[in-house]
Every structure is written in C-alpha cells, then in structure tokens.
Design a protein around this ligand. Structure first.
Ligand SMILES: NC(=O)c1ccc[n+]([C@@H]2O[C@H](COP(=O)([O-])OP(=O)(O)OC[C@H]3O[C@@H](n4cnc5c(N)ncnc54)[C@H](OP(=O)(O)O)[C@@H]3O)[C@@H](O)[C@H]2O)c1
Length: 392
C-alpha cells in the first residue's frame, strides 16, 4: 500500500463489470483491501502480457478461498477460479485507468451456497424506466437477483393498486424506489410512506429512494422513507439528460425542443451516473443514511442543450421556450391524459424556474469521480441511434 502512489495516478479510475466503481488512490487502495479481506489466500497466475502504446493488457487466472466478507456476501468458504483480463492505461509512468473483465455472474454463483441462496434480492420499481432499467442492468451484471417491477414489468407492480405490492415484495431484501408520475404530486408521500412501511414489515432492509431536486413535495416522501425503519439512501436528482433521448426523443428528432424552461440554467444529469450511485447505494453499506444531491458537471440553458444535441447529430435542433399551459396542451395532443399533463407541465416549469441553477457534488461524494458531461451524453445517445434521422 505504501508504494501505491508510485504505481497509481492520483486521477486513477477503475472500471469493473458494473461500470466505474473506484477512483483516485484511495479508491484503488479500497479495491485492493476489499479483495484481500475477501480472499486472504488470493493468488494471480499471469498467462500473458501484451503492451501497446500507453496500454498493457494482462490475462490471468485468480484463485482463492472466499474466507472474508466481500462484495456484499458473507464468507462462504468456497474456492474460486476466475479468468480475468486487466487492461491498464498509463500516463506519466503511472496507471491512470484500468478495465477489469471477469464473469461477475460466475463469481456470484461460485459464492452462492446453491439454489435459494441468501444473495440480496432487489425490487426495482419502474424497472423499465430511465434509471430503473440501468440499475437492473448493473445488478444483473453483478450476478445479484433483481426484479424489474412496473405495470407492464415481469413483476407486476402498480402504485395505484395496493394488491400488487405484497406479491412484488415477497422475498425481497432491498428496494430501489422510483415513484410515478412524481413525488411532488398530491398524495405521493402517503403512498410512498405506506409502501415503505409495508416493505419493512415484509423484511426489506434497505431502500434507495429516487427523489427530486427543488421539489418541496418530494421532501415529505424522503421523510417517510427515513422513518420507515429501513437502511435508507436518498438520491436527489437534477433534470435527467435522458429526458431528451427517451422522453422527448421524437420532437428532438424532428428538430424542435419545446419546453417551459425560459433561459434558465440547469445542471442536467446523466441517468448512467444515477444508476452508478444507486447500484453503489444498494450494494455498499457505506452509503446507508446518506443523502446525495446529484447534478451534472455544468450548468446549461435549454438552448445550449439543444446546441449540444445539434452538434452531436449534425442537424439543427431548435429550442422553443413555451408556457406551462401551452406545453400541457402539447402533451395532451401527444396522448397524455390532461390530469397528468397539467401537473407535469407545472412541475417542469417550476423545477426549471431557476431554483435549481447551481451545481452539487453528489456524484463525486458517492463515487469518487466527477459526473458525465452533457456533450459526452449527446454524442453517445446520437451514436446509439436515439435520434435516428434516417427514419424521418
Ligand atoms: N425525469 C427527470 O428529469 C427526473 C428528475 C428528478 C427526479 N425524477 C423522478 O423520477 C421518477 C420518474 O421518472 P421518469 O419520469 O423519468 O420516468 P421513468 O423512470 O423513465 O419511467 C417511469 C416508469 O414507471 C413505471 N410506471 C408508470 N406508472 C406506474 C404505476 N402506476 N405503477 C408502477 N410503475 C409505474 C413505468 O412502467 P409501466 O408503464 O410498465 O408501468 C416506467 O417503468 C419520478 O418520481 C420523478 O420525480 C425524474
């Protein structure tokens, strides 16, 4: 450990099977200590090393006995044998970035004491939504049992039908709680509170709540979750980047972004960052009792966001400021019931009225790394076909 500073760059980033999970020299140290604690007899047999430019790729086989608590699993006494590929990128003679590839699902099943194992099962409400889907992917990649729940999900769950709650919660240890349509809606805190109380009564130990930033109503739901008796983490989020590519993808594809946001600045936040924080909160006890306020790394107006998307897709997307009333009418025209469209429009206009025009460092606090920039998001979403212009 004393020599870590001679090997690892201060800006070190480690990408495990579930994304970036360690950063900085402290992160590298925690990673190594965690592995050593879980496998005191850990042995790595290197089979090949290939170096090119600033990168070194190493293939190795790791063996060891799982004789300490590790990766959220109590010691099982089982032996593991795991092929691993480690790619390291060097800067100034120090390792600045590493990608580790191994079969996390195999590792988990090697740990598990067989069918009906005691691995944590997580219920993800809104499991097909913008953040829920990404959290499910991370849990599944880590080999952890996960139930994606919603009205159309594989686990049926409806906030408006309490009879769906208990079957979805049966055998669940942790919940990623996303409420729909919004925590700021009347009655949300009562519903969320009743659900959290039911969850704890049925054996749920941990709840991670997706909350809104600058929404007074969301505070009541946060309090209800905190008072439920569960180990809680609150993840208070700025306006998601992915609203542009998943919720408003169609108008953006047609070159228009019409919203009740004036020229306010907003620290748009990436759902990938939210999912990384939520995954960490669900799997690492260090996040229990923490409230993270997450934003992106810079403030942008909606015109500037539209310009970033234009640059990424190579075609102009124009921001047209509108009023909350006109925006509600547009939503109704696109098929949303008026009783949802009106409060959603009012809510968007409220959270974009300037009250949230400041940065918070929740991503850095929770993950030890900065949040993803909007331009990187726009380029990746464009490359992934979010605004596919060939279909116009
Ligand atoms: N979007 C943002 O910028 C933002 C920012 C901060 C906080 N939030 C919070 O994020 C939450 C919603 O996020 P979102 O608007 O971005 O939506 P989303 O997560 O992309 O999608 C909504 C999900 O909820 C499910 N759903 C809808 N009605 C449901 C019901 N009655 N019972 C159970 N599941 C239901 C949907 O699936 P089915 O259709 O299959 O039911 C879908 O999976 C809200 O609580 C909001 O406060 C959002």
């Amino acid at each position: 450990m004393d020599t870590l500073g001679e090997l690892v760059h201060a800006q070190y980033r480690y990408h495990g099977p579930a994304g970036v999970t360690a950063a900085g020299r402290d992160g590298a140290e925690q990673l190594i200590s965690g592995f050593r604690a879980a496998f005191s007899d850990l042995h790595a047999e290197v089979t090949s090393v290939i170096a090119q430019d600033d990168r070194v790729a190493m293939t190795l086989t790791m063996t060891g006995t799982h004789d300490g608590a590790g990766m959220g699993v109590d010691p099982t006494g089982r032996k593991i044998e795991m092929p691993v590929v480690l790619v390291s990128r060097f800067e100034g003679g120090l390792i600045i970035e590493e990608w580790e590839y191994y079969d996390a699902a195999k590792l988990r099943s090697d740990f598990a004491p067989g069918p009906g194992s005691d691995l944590m099962t997580t219920l993800v409400i809104g499991g097909r939504g913008k953040t829920g889907r990404r959290v499910c992917e991370r849990l599944a990649t880590a080999g952890l049992p996960v139930r994606a729940a919603s009205r159309s999900g594989e686990t049926r769950f409806d906030w408006e039908d309490e009879t769906t709650w208990a079957p979805a919660l049966d055998g669940v240890d942790a919940v990623y709680l996303t409420y729909y349509p919004d925590l700021a809606f009347p009655g949300a805190a009562e519903t969320v509170g009743a659900f959290a109380d039911r969850a704890v009564a049925m054996g749920v130990e941990r709840i991670v709540l997706l909350s809104g930033r600058g929404e007074e109503g969301a505070r009541h739901s946060e309090e209800r979750v905190k008072n439920s008796g569960a180990d809680w983490t609150i993840v208070r989020c700025a306006f998601f980047n992915q609203n542009f590519s998943e919720t408003f993808a169609e108008p953006v594809r047609h070159g228009v972004l019409s919203m009740p946001g004036g020229e306010t600045q907003e620290p748009f936040l990436d759902a990938e960052d939210i999912a990384d924080v939520v995954f960490a909160a669900l799997t690492d006890p260090r996040h229990i009792g923490k409230l993270y306020e997450l934003t992106g790394p810079r403030l942008l107006t909606l015109s500037q966001a539209a310009a970033e998307i234009s640059a990424a897709i190579g075609r102009e997307v124009q921001y047209l400021p509108t009023t909350s009333q006109d925006y509600a009418a547009e939503l109704v025209q696109s098929g949303m019931p008026a009783e949802e469209a009106v409060p959603i429009s009012e809510l968007i206009a409220a959270v974009l009225d300037g009250r949230n025009s400041y940065l918070s460092d929740g991503v850095q606090q929770a993950l030890g790394r900065p949040p993803r920039d909007f331009a990187d998001y726009a380029r990746a979403a464009a490359a992934g076909g979010a605004w596919d212009l060939t279909k116009l």
